[in-house]
Design a protein around this ligand. Structure first.
Ligand code: FES
Ligand SMILES: [Fe+2]
Length: 343
């Protein structure tokens, strides 16, 4: 079950052009394209005649024409041309989705249009400094919450999965999980650690430090991760750091869209930027993604908690996020939530 009344990321801004782009979101086929003035359109990718994919058709000005029998639809979802007879009545049009473009990604509201509020569109621009930003996308053969689990363990998998990124030396780990309204916070420290090589690009004079790893999870599946160096013993020292925004959008019950925005560490040179991109790609696509897809293969279509997972201390934040999402799904469906307690 998915939460529908929420803003999800549907595409990167770069992906949406004058060439219709199909994407299944929350099990619904959607086609994205741009009007002639550049504004984003998102409508159901299914012709009301025989359900052909409109994304296989053509743009005519701001309208889209089905390539099967030529019905044409406006960005408002109304039939504006029928080569075979009168126009279809408005109620036989295609569904239109509200969208917004912010920070290089396209947000889409998947629920009741009248409940969409532009004020709720997540705006993370204050988390980033000036350009350049790196945008990325990966298609994942796994449930969207497995992606939340992966990040919200406070980096406890890093030592085992990302051997090139891990801190070394005789450090101690400290992790604190808390809740602020519907936000799950997880702050982890590697105290007195030898910093990993990729951090030395940015901090060339530092070999040993306290590394912080701050995670903020928000509905419907957005994680802001900031990493930096500070003093674990000093309050406020973990403000700032280098940001990476991870946004998870369900495609189906067992597959997901993973979008990210980040800012290269030490992007003072193209080489440093390229090294950053390569290590981020290596970390996620080569190391996290196969594990996540393997989990899904083992779990099949079963719901996560129904399999009675052995929960560890590093699961506190991800379990809280799963329960918050479930509680909102239950509220939306008007049933009393089995996920009443978040912790
Ligand atoms: S299926 Fe679209 S016009 Fe026939
Ligand atoms: Fe990872």
């Amino acid at each position: 079950m998915f939460l529908h009344n929420a803003w999800y990321v549907g595409a990167t801004a770069e992906e949406v052009s004058r060439k219709p782009q199909r994407r299944r979101i929350l099990n619904e086929p959607v086609v994205f394209y741009r009007r002639e003035n550049g504004a984003v359109v998102a409508i159901a990718d299914s012709c009301p005649h025989r359900f052909a994919q409109l994304s296989a058709g053509f743009l005519v000005g701001d309208d889209i024409e089905c390539r099967y029998h030529g019905l044409r639809f406006s960005p408002e979802g109304h039939c504006v041309r029928n080569p075979h007879g009168p126009l279809l009545p408005k109620r036989s049009g295609v569904r239109v989705y509200r969208t917004a473009e912010l920070l290089g990604v396209v947000w889409i509201w998947m629920g009741d249009a009248e409940r969409a509020d532009d004020a709720d569109i997540p705006d993370y621009s204050s988390a980033f400094r000036a350009e350049p930003l790196l945008h990325g996308y990966a298609h994942i053969l796994g449930h969207h919450m497995l992606l939340t689990d992966n990040l919200m363990d406070g980096g406890s998998h890093v030592d085992f999965v990302h051997t090139a990124l891990k801190a070394t030396g005789d450090y101690t780990r400290q992790v604190k999980v808390s809740l602020d309204g519907d936000t799950v916070l997880c702050q982890a420290w590697w105290i007195n650690a030898d910093i990993p090589p990729f951090m030395r690009l940015t901090f060339p004079d530092t070999t040993n430090a306290d590394i912080f790893y701050n995670l903020r999870w928000n509905l419907p599946g957005i994680v802001l991760l900031t990493i930096g160096l500070g003093k674990a013993s000093e309050p406020g020292t973990a403000d700032g750091g280098f940001p990476a925004l991870h946004m998870f959008t369900p495609e189906t019950e067992t597959t997901s869209h993973y979008f990210y925005i980040t800012q290269p560490w030490g992007a003072t040179s193209p080489e440093a930027s390229e090294m950053f991109r390569a290590s981020a790609d290596q970390a996620f696509k080569m190391e996290d993604q196969p594990l996540i897809e393997g989990q899904q293969e083992n779990m099949g279509a079963a719901e996560y908690f129904s399999l009675r997972p052995a929960l560890l201390s590093c699961d506190a934040a991800s379990v809280a996020a799963r329960r918050l999402y479930q509680r909102k799904v239950d509220e939306e469906r008007g049933i009393s939530s089995v996920a009443a307690s978040v912790f």
